[in-house]
Design a protein around this ligand. Structure first.
Ligand SMILES: Nc1ncnc2c1ncn2[C@@H]1O[C@H](COP(=O)(O)OP(=O)(O)OP(=O)(O)O)[C@@H](O)[C@H]1O
Ligand SMILES: [Mg+2]
Length: 261
């Protein structure tokens, strides 16, 4: 839709431009512009209330901005529902994930996309096909695939998150948004989830991940955007920055020192 502009990364999958969002008197996002490079893992960090979740919800169609533009693959993409975003290949994984606990892993993966045998009108589920294809699908991203015939509620929190992320990566997704994907997990489970995230990247997907854990941001990401109080402070390539710099961007220490405040 727009031409390449000076300062854009060469291959941005998604661009947000001059996004504003208020909740009553609360200014959640103020003139937020950023780009998400294609094929990379990008971090989004900032203190509580900085506006990170609000931005992800706008990208994924859960919220609509008061003003500003989202461009996805160079086309205007102000989605008005999560379903619309999903159709275009944008999937979101939340901390409180949306898996149905009583259903088996394979049934969760195929939820809303069930395979059937025989005449469509009878809606006879092709369980065998879904079972075997779920295995193949998850193996693309996961080394230790959890038991796919078991109900999700029998899996550990980490295994569930792994399934949720792998499901998000299936079905032709292009961009995966993750809001604190490991906030509730222990060390080993966090590692398993990070492995899946790398698996998504290896398959060519683009990832935006919110995390309060800077060690994780430095392990996972190629670049990181910092937000503070509803504004974008800046972007850094992970290999060319240091946690101290990111912390000072998050807290505003650098800015206030510079301003003599
Ligand atoms: N639905 C809402 N109604 C009113 N205010 C909201 C709503 N959602 C977010 N806010 C406010 O907007 C601001 C940004 O919130 P947001 O949830 O985006 O922050 P965040 O960076 O995700 O923070 P955290 O790290 O704590 O998750 C905060 O002041 C928050 O209180
Ligand atoms: Mg949040």
């Amino acid at each position: 839709m727009t031409e390449n502009r000076v300062g854009d990364p060469p291959d941005a999958l998604l661009r947000a431009e001059a996004i504003n969002k208020n909740f009553g008197a609360v200014v959640a996002l103020q003139d937020v512009s950023l780009q998400i490079p294609r094929g990379e893992i990008t971090g989004l960090v900032g203190d509580n209330g900085a506006g990170k979740s609000t931005l992800i919800k706008i990208i994924s169609g859960v919220l609509t901005p008061d003003s500003g533009v989202i461009e996805f693959e160079r086309k205007a993409a102000n989605f008005t529902s999560p379903a619309e975003a999903r159709e275009q290949g944008i999937e979101t994984v939340y901390q409180d994930l949306a898996l149905a606990g009583n259903l088996a892993v394979w049934a969760n993966v195929y939820l809303g996309r069930e395979l059937t045998v025989g005449p469509k009108i009878l809606h006879i589920l092709d369980k065998r096909a879904m079972l075997s294809k779920t295995g193949e699908m998850l193996e693309r991203f996961i080394r230790n695939v959890p038991p796919i015939a078991e109900p999700v509620e029998l899996l550990s929190g980490g295994q569930r998150q792994v399934v949720a992320i792998a499901r998000a990566g299936a079905w032709g997704s292009k961009l995966i948004l993750m809001d604190e994907p490991t906030a509730a997990l222990g060390v080993a489970e966090t590692k398993a989830v990070e492995d899946v995230i790398f698996g998504l990247k290896r398959q060519g997907l683009t990832i935006l991940v919110i995390s309060h854990n800077l060690d994780q941001i430095f392990r996972l990401t190629d670049g990181v955007w910092v937000m503070r109080r509803g504004r974008v402070i800046g972007y850094r390539q992970t290999a060319r920055t240091h946690p101290d710099e990111i912390v000072s961007m998050i807290t505003g220490a650098a800015a206030s020192a510079g301003a003599g405040a």
